[in-house]
Design a protein around this ligand. Structure first.
Ligand SMILES: Nc1ncnc2c1ncn2[C@@H]1O[C@H](COP(=O)(O)OP(=O)(O)OP(=O)(O)O)[C@@H](O)[C@H]1O
Ligand SMILES: Nc1ncnc2c1ncn2[C@@H]1O[C@H](COP(=O)(O)OP(=O)(O)OP(=O)(O)O)[C@@H](O)[C@H]1O
Ligand SMILES: [Mg+2]
Ligand SMILES: [Mg+2]
Lengths: 256, 256
């Protein structure tokens, strides 16, 4: 009964890693067994959960290359109930290496298909591109969560991302759904945030979560201590908004 | 006497497009003939300079694929002396298409090598990855400008980027130099910004520009009007800091 969620947006710096780390933490906090897959060669999710570079093992690259099983590659994080399959340096060559591999879009799906595992959720943090790594996660996923920064450039890429999701649905994974769009880095002092937010709600309707994540300095601070903001400073507006978002997401998942 | 500068960093959302658009504008303002190449499939630089989607022609993809010359693909922007070779949708398939092309790392270099052109500068806005598009720009470039957001995750990727630049220097382009590292989105209220800035100056010394770009709401605002912030609101701290940066960069270039 494993559910796989990809967190994706080709626009850079919109809060993909921050959203993946905090939603995974929230799901673990309500007792779900969660594995976070760090599919970004930068390895920010591995760092954001305090996994030192030397403890990362073969990582998700090793699993996709058939060098290790999911169990062997998984690492326990500081959060009870939350494991991670870290990112390693070799992942940065993967986009090019994957091009000439048979069934290149289905490698990730194959990794989780026969998994006899006690996990309830897999959350995949995607890199800022629509290349073969992101494609692999969309093909393997049941749902996709789209963090969207409330700024003009970020809005521009949304239609391209939605088209890509539609094409994955028709060619590779008909069950893929948009679990939700989360508005991030909302700045009350900047009327552009409001304009972008209204525009997205108009186009995407109730796919957009009601919870909006405000810009909050505790969020980058938390990542420099290798902790999710929900753990680093649970009273901060950053943490509180991710707790609200998790509640909303869990309701959509029909968990409670 | 054409000089080619790539603006690159695989970390997303660090100010690559904003830096490319504003430096190109500044160079044009002092009378240099500049062409900006939008090598990001998202096309934010094309939007940030007010080039509508239907006016983009074959773009840089068409030039690299041999369908059009640089002159045919270039478009005049709203800034006198500044042209752009826009990004188009086809560019998003380019990373995969390039893998099996002969001399795949040298296509961009080939585009500008024999150019009989009156241009003084080519500035290339790179996508947030170290794939074949960014690689092509580093192979073609004389110098690389690295925007670095003053946050922890962004700092992590710097050593990876520097290693990639060193490898391009030894394998493909011995003349490539790091023109400079520019600290962006500096937030005085957030002591993390200061810590990251000090750390970068300690490791990279005088490669780091003295000018620091503060976080300034006029910058995202300007992009929603299709104008560089230097044009949209030249008195803003965002515009003033990019003018200072341009002066420093021009001095390094030995122009004046
Ligand atoms: N709500 C927020 N308020 C303030 N800062 C934030 C917020 N969300 C994320 N950040 C910070 O902004 C930066 C970008 O966020 P993050 O790394 O999560 O984005 P990303 O989409 O994963 O980036 P990339 O495209 O490089 O993978 C990080 O330094 C992060 O700490
Ligand atoms: N100094 C600044 N102050 C405030 N906002 C900024 C600043 N610089 C850039 N921005 C905004 O932050 C967002 C990211 O900047 P930009 O798009 O230039 O980064 P990028 O590195 O090109 O992103 P990508 O990795 O997606 O190509 C944009 O919405 C931009 O308007
Ligand atoms: Mg990320
Ligand atoms: Mg950009």
């Amino acid at each position: 009964n494993l559910r796989i969620l990809a967190v994706a947006n080709q626009k850079g710096g919109v809060g993909k890693t921050t959203t993946t780390v905090n939603l995974a933490t929230a799901l673990a906090a309500i007792g779900k067994k969660v594995t976070l897959v760090d599919l970004d060669p930068q390895g920010n999710a591995s760092t954001g959960l305090g996994v030192a570079k030397e403890d990362r093992g073969v990582g998700i690259y090793g699993v996709m290359a058939g060098q290790a099983s999911v169990e062997e590659a998984s690492r326990q994080t500081i959060i009870p109930g939350l494991k991670i399959i870290p990112s390693t340096m070799d992942l940065s060559g993967a986009e090019i290496e994957l091009v000439n591999v048979e069934n290149r879009e289905f490698l990730m799906k194959g990794v989780f298909e026969d998994l006899e595992s006690d996990q309830d959720y897999i959350l995949i943090d995607c890199p800022p591109s629509l290349g073969l790594l992101t494609l692999n996660s969309l093909v393997a996923a049941d749902g996709v969560i789209v963090p969207l920064q409330c700024e003009f450039y970020a809005l521009e890429g949304l239609s391209h991302l939605i088209r890509t999701i539609r094409s994955v649905q028709s060619r590779f994974n008909p069950d893929l759904e948009i679990q939700g769009i989360v508005l991030t880095m909302f700045d009350r002092r900047n009327n552009l945030s409001g304009i972008v937010a209204d525009d997205v709600r108009e186009h995407m309707g109730d796919k957009v979560y009601n919870t909006v994540i405000p810009r909050n300095v505790k969020i980058p601070e938390a990542s420099s201590y290798g902790k999710p903001v929900m753990v680093y400073d649970y009273k901060s507006t950053g943490a509180m908004s991710y707790i609200m978002l998790a509640k909303e997401m869990i309701k959509r998942e029909g968990i409670i």
